[in-house]
Design a protein. Structure first.
Ligand SMILES: Cc1cc2nc3c(=O)[nH]c(=O)nc-3n(C[C@H](O)[C@H](O)[C@H](O)COP(=O)(O)OP(=O)(O)OC[C@H]3O[C@@H](n4cnc5c(N)ncnc54)[C@H](O)[C@@H]3O)c2cc1C
Length: 453
């Protein structure tokens, strides 16, 4: 069976990897990547001891650990894993003109300024009525269950940190499916979370499997490089898919260099790009794919040649009333224990709060970043090195109706275009572990198709 995978980001690489692993000689895979390198939004530049990540900066295995941990071994990456420093457990919020610690324990919470503002809402969450709608925005869900303060100051900052999106538009069912499910099943998520027992990892569990997140020595690019090294299939670099057609049970892939026929095409492209490749007669599918919007983020990488950070930790988030342009600042050097080699900060700007980020000059964005560092972290030193990286149209927005649109695609594609399957961040989660898990699920679901050919 001949399979084309379109897009050499993490979704395409992991789909190709799982295809080869599961179906071996039954299939022949071709991977097409528009650029001269694989990785998509997982790209690293190394500058001395500091890493400049273009996109993803760490992996948080979470519920995907059972898939991710063996994969790290298969890809021979365990020796390259870099763990966070103990300081990384400290996070902050920039509120009322200063950094406030996000409590790490119940004791810390009881003594934090957040206690007075949030205790009543948290303690009475279990008594709130269940929502009646099938889906609602993140803002509506949290306002209903926890009130305005937690929604506007805490949830909004957290969501901004993950999706760079607007809580008034994003769907709670698609962005936080576990919390949504807890309310549906148990009526309360605080009660469900508090009743969950903490299971300690068994004796002998390696340290990297106990860490909440990790990166790799040399940066996140080690992941796409490891996938690439493990693949047998040819990768056609610098080759863009420009058209897809479907005839007599085959898919015809036209790139800017060739035309090839396949039994199956896995699109690991952002949904709107795939939409543009499909023939006009699949109008409803094209429209549904094109409905996913994307937000942009600019990261200002600021490197100081000596330690200047006064607040050790992972970083801080910024509620929109404090500064609508800056989403947060990651203290890279502190989070990974490199502060003694000089401070490295990543100032994240943009998202739905500041869409003008794409049309603002590099100089102006670097200036905004340095002003934020001075105001929020009280660092007035001049960075020895600065670089702005713009991730344009990079983060898909799972807005209200996302789940219905997905269901429509799942129902319609097998009937209308059975030679096409979908992978990537446009559908089932934007984080790297979620994307790998959905590629794995997709490949597992293809058994009937592969054995039929
Ligand atoms: C600034 C930022 C920070 C992030 N931080 C984290 C983090 O810390 N942890 C985490 O887990 N996730 C993070 N993410 C999210 C994560 O990096 C992305 O969701 C993920 O990398 C997307 O992978 P993908 O393969 O779905 O898509 P992409 O990475 O977009 O890959 C698509 C690929 O398709 C190629 N392509 C496009 N058009 C064509 C064509 N016509 N033909 C052939 N190829 C084509 C592109 O060149 C690209 O390589 C972050 C993202 C950004 C932008």
């Amino acid at each position: 069976m001949r399979v084309a995978v379109l897009g050499g980001g993490i979704a395409g690489l992991s789909a190709a990897y799982f295809l080869e692993k599961r179906y071996g000689d039954f299939i022949q895979v071709h991977l097409y990547e528009k650029k001269e390198e694989v990785g998509g939004w997982v790209q690293t530049e190394q500058l001395g001891p500091h890493l400049l990540e273009h996109g993803a900066r760490s992996l948080r295995p979470g519920p995907r650990a059972p898939l991710l941990f063996p994969l790290m071994r298969e890809l021979e990456l365990t020796g390259a894993i870099e763990l966070p420093a103990p300081e990384a457990s400290q996070r902050y919020l920039y509120r009322e003109g200063q950094l406030q610690k996000v409590p790490n324990s119940i004791r810390e919470y009881l003594f934090s300024p957040l206690f007075r503002k949030t205790a009543f809402s948290l303690l009475t969450e279990w008594s709130r009525r269940k929502g009646e709608r099938d889906d609602e925005t993140i803002a509506a869900f949290f306002r209903r269950r926890l009130g305005d303060f937690i929604t506007d100051e805490l949830v909004d900052s957290l969501v901004t940190g993950i999706f760079a999106g607007d809580i008034e538009e994003l769907s709670v069912k698609s962005c936080f499916p576990m919390l949504y499910q807890m309310e549906k099943e148990k009526g309360s998520f605080t009660r469900t979370l508090l009743s969950q027992k903490r299971v300690s990892p068994p004796e002998g569990t390696p340290e990297w499997q106990k860490a909440p997140f990790f990166t790799f020595k040399g940066g996140m690019r080690r992941l796409p490089e490891a996938f690439k090294a493990a693949l047998r299939c040819p990768i056609f670099y610098g080759e863009s898919a420009v058209r897809l057609q479907f005839q007599e049970n085959l898919a015809v892939v036209t790139t800017d260099k060739r035309e090839e026929r396949y039994h199956l095409v896995i699109s690991a492209l952002p949904a709107p790009l795939l939409s543009a490749l499909l023939p006009g007669k699949h109008e409803a599918i094209k429209k549904t794919l094109a409905a996913t919007s994307y937000n942009s983020i600019a990261t200002a990488h600021l490197i100081y040649d000596r330690p200047v950070l006064k607040f050790p930790g992972f970083g801080h988030l910024v509620p929109k009333n404090a500064d609508p342009r800056v989403l947060g600042i990651v203290y890279d050097s502190s989070a990974f224990g490199k502060e003694s080699l000089g401070t490295k900060l990543s100032v994240m700007m943009g998202g739905s709060r500041y869409p003008e980020v794409v049309s603002t000059s590099e100089q102006a964005l670097l200036q905004t970043a340095k002003e934020a560092v001075e105001k929020m972290l009280r660092i007035s030193a001049v960075p020895a090195y600065q670089k702005l990286l713009l991730a344009e149209q990079a983060i898909p927005q799972y807005t209200l109706g996302h789940e219905k649109r997905l269901q429509f695609l799942l129902d319609t594609l097998p009937k209308e275009i059975p030679q096409l399957a979908l992978a990537g961040s446009s559908y089932y989660g934007v984080s790297v572990p979620e994307i790998i898990a959905s590629s794995h699920l997709l490949v597992s679901s293809l058994t009937a198709t592969v054995t039929k050919v």
